[in-house]
Design a protein around this ligand. Structure first.
Ligand code: PEP
Ligand code: MG
Length: 898
C-alpha cells in the first residue's frame, strides 16, 4: 500500500523553516498564520508538486484531490464558495520559490470571477451602502477585466500588448488618459473586448468554470519556473535550476474598495542605513499592482496614522512582533480592506552592506541575538563594499540610469566610446569611462586605461563585468536605458545626449549612472581601519558596529591572517589593517624599474665575472629592501619568496630588439653589442614563459642568484635584530615540483644562513610554495625538506585547469560563466572540487609526514570569502592576502569558526 504524498499544506500546517518545500512566501505566510497574525486564509502547493509536474508534464497523482480538499476548507473558513454567483470567494494564485526571484514568475489575481460571479461581487462590494454601488460595479468589472488580462497573458500566452491596446482604445474613446475615468459600462465593454482577444488567440472562450481557472493558473505558475527570464535570473544569481516553485492559493482581499481601503509596504528598520524608525509607503484605495505600476504616488507610511489609526497601530504592533520573532529586519506587504488589516507577505528583508552591520550591532544591543549570530548576519563581500570610496550624493545628483552593479567602486571621467580613444585620453592623464553596448576581448586595452566601464547590455557575467571584476575596476553593466551609438560617439539617456568628452559618474555597487562629476568621499570604514577614526569616540553607528563585529571575529577565528606585501609601505598599511605577518613578499617586484637592467645583465651574463658583478650590485639593494620590511613587521613572521619572474618580464622584448638592430644596421651603425644581446634573448625566448624557466628552475640554472637573495635576507635579519627589533624570516622557494629541487636549494641556503647568522639569535625557516600540481601530489616527500608550505593557488589553478591566468578571463571566461560551467572564476574563488582537492591532499600528506608543518595560502584566494571558509575547513594555519583584503579575511575567518 502506498502512502499518498502530501502536496498541499494549509498555512496552519507550515512554518518558516520549510522554505525548500513551501517557498519563501508560503513558509512565511504559514509562520505568520501560526503567530496568530491576520493572514488571509489559504494553502500552499509544494515545490515537490511543481518538480513532479515539470518532470512529467502532468499534475502528480493525488494533487487534484488534495487541492479540492484544501479549497473546501478555505471555502468553509471564508463562508463563501469559489466563484459563487451570489457571493464569490476569489483567490490569488502566486508563485513563491525558496529564494526570492522578484517579478520573474507568475501571479494570477481574482481567480473565480466569471460572467455571473462578477455580478455577485458587485452586489457584495456595494453592501448596504447604496452610495457606493456605482463604485462597486466599477470595482467588480475592473477586477474581471484584470483577471482576463492576467490569465490570458500568463496562462494562455495571449500577447499582453493586445490587452494594452484595447485598454488604450477604451480610454481614447472616453477622451482620457487615466484608467480611473473608465466607469462600469466602459469596463464591461472592455471585458467584451478582452474576451474576443482571448478567443482570437486561444480558439476557445474564456473559461467560466472557477475550478478550471484555478487549475490552469496553478499549472501556469509551475511552468513559469522555466520561463526564459527566470532561467536567466537564476543563472545570474546562482540559484540552482532544480528547486521548483511553490504555489500559494490565497483568499483575495481588496485594497481598492474605497477610501478606507489601501495597500502598502513596510520595513521594520531602514534597509538603507539600518536606522530604527518607521519606513514604508502606503497607497489608499489601491491594489499592490497599482503601487508597482506607479500609477499614483504613494505616501509615507506615517500618513496612515492619520488615515486609519486603528490599522496603523495594529500594523506597528505586528511589525514589532515580527522583528522579535525573526530577530531581524523584516519587510512586509499589507492590505487594508475596509478598515481591516491583512498581512500579505513578510520576509527577512534585503539591506545594504552598511545596514547589515548596523542592524546586527543593534540586535545585539537589544539582546535579540548574540555576537556569534551577528557574525552570521554580515559577510566579507559587504565589508569589501564598505571599503570602497563612495559618491557624496546630495539632491543635486539624480541618477539618469540604473544598470547592474557589476564591479564595485565609484568612478568619474570623460565618456569615450572606443578602446583606442580610451587609451589616447588616458595617456594624456584624463580619467575616462569607457561606454559600450557590450565589450569584447578587443576592448581590453581600453578597459585597462579607463577608470570605469559602462555598458548598456549584459549582466553580472557579461564580458565587461567579468573582466572588470578581475581588474578590480568599477563597472556598471546592462544599463539598458542608455542608447549607445558608437559611430556617432554619443549615447542618449532620458532624452539627453551625452557626447564623447562629457563627464559621467558610475557607481559599481548600486549600478547607478550620473551625469557630471559626483564628488567622492573616502570610506569611513577604511578610516577606522587606518586608525584615524576612533570607534569609541566617533558618533558613527556603522564604524561602531564594524569595530564590534571585527573584534569578535578576531576573538573567534583560528586562522591567522597575513598579507602579501613587497614594500615597507604596504607592510605598514596591512599591519594597521590587522595583518599578523607577511605571507608572501614577491622579490621579483623588487627588480623592476631601474633595477631591471641588473637582472638582465645577470641573466645574459656570458661568464662568471659578469655574473658576479651583477650579483654584487644587487646584494646591497636587496638587503636594504628586507631591512625595511623586517623593521615594519617587527616581531611578526615574514615569508620572503625567492625570485620567481616569468623570464620575459626581465628581458627586452624580442621583436622590439630585432627591429632596433635592423634599423641601426640600415643606418650603418656598429651593432655588435646589440646583436649579441639579440642572440641571447633569442636563445632564451620561450613560447610559454609561465611554464618555462621561472621559480626554482631559474635558481638552479643561474648560479649565485638564490644564494645572493638568501644572504641578503639573513644579513638584513641580523642587522635588524642587532638594532633591537625582532626579524622572523621565512625563506620560500617557488614553483617546486619535486623534493630534489627543494633539497638542492635548501642545502646551499643552510650553509649561507649558518655562516651569516652565527650566534645572533636569528632563526630562519625554509619552506616551499605548493603551486605545481605535482608538488601537491608528492607533498609527503616534499614535507621532509620543508618547514612550511604555502599554497600558491594562482599557479595551482593555472596548472590544475591548464588555464593561462593572464589570458583566459578576457578571452572566454564570460562564456563559461554564461554556460554555467562554473559560477565564478576559479581564479577568484577556489575550485573546491579540483584545485581544492589538491590543497587538501597536500595538507593531509604534508602534515602526516611532518606534524609541525606550518600551512598557509598566499594566492589571491586568501582574500576571497568563500575560499577562506574552505582553508579553515582544510585546517590551514593562515591565509595571506593583499593589504586591502586583510579585514575581509579576518571577518570571514571569524565567520568560518562560529
Ligand atoms: C601563486 O601562484 O598563487 C602565487 C602566490 O604566486 P604568483 O601569483 O606570484 O605566481
Ligand atoms: Mg605562483
Amino acid at each position: 500500500e502506498t502512502v499518498e504524498h502530501k502536496y498541499v499544506y494549509a498555512f496552519a500546517e507550515g512554518n518558516k523553516d520549510l522554505k525548500e518545500l513551501l517557498g519563501g512566501k508560503g513558509a512565511n505566510l504559514a509562520e505568520m498564520t501560526n503567530l496568530g497574525l491576520p493572514v488571509p486564509p489559504g494553502f500552499t502547493i509544494t515545490t515537490e508538486a511543481c518538480k513532479a509536474y515539470l518532470a512529467t508534464g502532468e499534475e502528480p497523482d493525488g494533487l487534484a484531490d488534495q487541492i479540492a480538499a484544501h479549497l473546501a476548507s478555505l471555502e468553509q473558513a471564508m463562508g463563501k464558495r469559489l466563484g459563487d454567483p451570489e457571493d464569490p470567494l476569489l483567490v490569488s494564485v502566486r508563485s513563491g520559490a525558496k529564494f526570492s526571484m522578484p517579478g520573474m514568475m507568475e501571479t494570477v489575481l481574482n481567480v473565480g470571477l466569471n460572467d455571473r460571479s462578477v455580478q455577485g461581487l458587485a452586489r457584495q462590494a456595494s453592501g448596504a451602502d447604496a452610495q457606493t454601488s456605482g463604485g462597486a460595479d466599477r470595482f467588480a468589472w475592473d477586477s474581471y477585466r484584470r483577471l482576463i488580462q492576467m490569465f490570458g497573458k500568463t496562462v494562455c500566452e495571449v500577447p499582453g500588448e493586445e490587452f494594452e491596446h484595447a485598454l488604450d482604445d477604451a480610454k481614447r474613446a472616453k477622451g482620457t488618459h487615466d484608467d480611473l475615468d473608465l466607469d462600469a459600462d466602459d469596463l464591461r465593454g472592455l471585458v467584451d473586448a478582452y474576451k474576443k482577444i482571448f478567443f482570437k488567440h486561444t480558439g476557445r472562450e474564456f473559461p467560466q468554470e472557477p475550478r478550471e481557472q484555478l487549475d490552469l493558473a496553478i499549472r501556469a505558475v509551475f511552468e513559469s519556473w522555466n520561463a526564459e527570464r527566470a532561467v536567466l535570473y537564476r543563472r545570474q544569481e546562482r540559484i540552482p535550476a532544480d528547486l521548483g516553485t511553490a504555489v500559494n492559493v490565497v483568499a483575495m482581499v481588496f485594497g481598492n474598495l474605497g477610501p478606507d481601503s489601501g495597500t502598502g509596504v513596510a520595513f521594520t528598520r531602514d534597509p538603507a542605513s539600518g536606522a530604527q524608525g518607521i519606513y514604508g509607503d502606503y497607497l489608499a484605495n489601491a491594489q499592490g499592482e497599482d503601487v508597482v505600476a506607479g500609477i499614483r504616488n504613494t505616501v509615507p507610511l506615517q500618513e496612515l496614522e492619520r488615515l486609519d489609526k486603528k490599522s496603523y497601530d495594529e500594523l506597528l504592533g505586528i511589525m514589532a512582533r515580527l522583528e522579535g520573532h525573526y530577530k531581524d529586519l523584516c519587510d512586509i506587504e499589507f492590505t487594508i480592506e475596509r478598515g481591516k488589516l491583512w498581512m500579505l507577505q513578510t520576509r527577512v528583508g534585503k539591506r545594504t552592506a552598511a545596514a547589515a552591520f548596523v542592524i546586527a550591532g543593534q540586535l545585539v544591543d537589544e539582546g535579540l541575538i548574540d555576537l556569534d549570530e551577528a557574525l552570521h548576519r554580515v559577510n566579507g563581500a559587504q565589508l569589501a563594499q564598505l571599503m570602497f570610496p563612495r559618491f557624496r550624493l546630495d539632491h543635486e545628483f539624480q541618477p539618469v540610469a540604473k544598470g547592474i552593479g557589476a564591479s564595485p567602486g565609484a568612478a568619474s571621467g570623460k565618456v569615450v566610446f572606443t578602446s583606442a580613444r580610451a587609451v589616447e585620453l588616458a595617456a594624456e592623464g584624463e580619467s575616462v569611462i569607457l561606454v559600450r553596448r557590450e565589450t569584447n576581448p578587443d576592448d581590453l586595452n581600453g578597459m585597462i586605461a579607463a577608470q570605469g566601464i559602462l555598458t548598456s547590455r549584459g549582466g553580472k557575467t557579461s564580458h565587461a563585468a567579468v573582466v572588470a571584476r578581475g581588474m578590480g575596476k568599477t563597472c556598471v553593466s546592462g544599463a539598458d536605458e542608455i542608447e549607445v551609438n558608437v559611430p556617432q560617439r554619443r549615447f542618449v539617456v532620458g532624452g539627453q545626449t551625452v557626447v564623447e568628452g562629457d563627464v559621467v559618474s558610475i557607481d559599481g555597487t548600486t549600478g547607478k549612472v550620473y551625469l557630471g562629476e559626483v564628488p567622492v568621499m573616502p570610506s569611513e570604514v577604511v578610516q577606522y581601519f587606518e586608525g584615524s577614526l576612533d570607534p569609541e569616540h566617533v558618533d558613527n553607528p556603522l564604524v561602531r558596529a564594524v569595530h564590534r563585529i571585527m573584534s569578535h571575529a578576531d576573538g573567534r577565528r583560528r586562522l591567522a591572517v597575513r598579507t602579501n606585501a613587497d614594500t615597507g609601505a604596504d607592510a605598514a598599511r596591512a599591519r594597521r589593517f590587522g595583518a599578523e605577518g607577511i605571507g608572501l613578499c614577491r622579490t621579483e617586484h623588487m627588480f623592476l624599474g631601474d633595477r631591471r637592467e641588473l637582472v638582465e645583465r645577470l641573466i645574459l651574463a656570458r661568464d662568471n665575472t659578469e655574473r658576479e658583478a651583477a650579483l654584487a650590485a644587487l646584494l646591497p639593494l636587496q638587503r636594504a629592501d628586507f631591512e625595511e620590511i623586517f623593521r615594519e613587521m617587527d616581531g611578526m613572521p615574514v615569508t620572503v619568496r625567492l625570485i620567481d619572474p616569468p623570464l620575459h618580464e626581465f628581458l627586452p622584448p624580442l621583436e622590439q630588439l630585432a627591429v632596433n638592430v635592423a634599423v641601426a644596421q640600415e643606418r650603418g651603425e656598429d651593432v655588435a653589442q646589440e646583436e649579441a644581446l639579440l642572440a641571447a634573448v633569442r636563445r632564451m625566448h620561450e613560447e610559454n614563459p609561465m611554464l618555462g624557466l621561472r621559480g626554482v628552475r631559474l635558481g638552479l640554472v643561474i648560479p649565485g642568484l638564490f644564494a645572493m637573495q638568501v644572504r641578503a635576507i639573513a644579513e638584513a635579519a641580523v642587522t635588524v635584530t642587532r638594532s633591537g627589533a625582532v626579524a622572523r624570516p621565512e625563506i620560500m622557494v617557488p614553483l617546486v615540483g619535486a623534493v630534489q629541487e627543494l633539497e638542492t636549494v635548501r642545502a646551499e641556503a643552510e650553509k649561507i644562513i649558518a655562516e651569516v647568522v652565527g650566534d645572533s639569535g636569528v632563526e630562519v625557516l625554509i619552506g616551499t610554495m605548493i603551486e605545481v600540481p605535482r608538488a601537491a601530489l608528492t607533498a609527503g616527500q616534499i614535507a621532509e625538506a620543508a618547514q612550511f608550505f604555502s599554497f600558491g593557488t594562482n599557479d595551482l589553478t593555472q596548472m590544475g585547469w591548464g588555464f593561462s591566468r593572464d589570458d583566459v578571463e578576457g578571452a572566454f571566461f564570460w562564456r563559461y560563466l554564461e554556460l554555467g560551467i562554473f559560477g565564478i572564476s576559479p581564479f577568484e574563488s577556489i575550485d573546491r572540487d579540483g584545485v581544492g582537492r589538491l590543497v587538501r591532499i597536500a595538507a593531509e600528506e604534508g602534515r602526516a609526514a611532518r606534524p609541525e608543518l606550518k600551512l598557509g595560502v598566499c594566492g589571491e584566494h586568501g582574500g576571497d570569502p568563500e575560499s577562506v571558509h574552505f582553508f579553515h575547513e582544510v585546517g590551514l594555519d593562515y591565509v595571506s592576502c593583499s593589504p586591502f583584503r586583510v579585514p575581509v579575511a579576518r571577518l570571514e575567518a571569524g565567520r568560518a569558526a562560529v
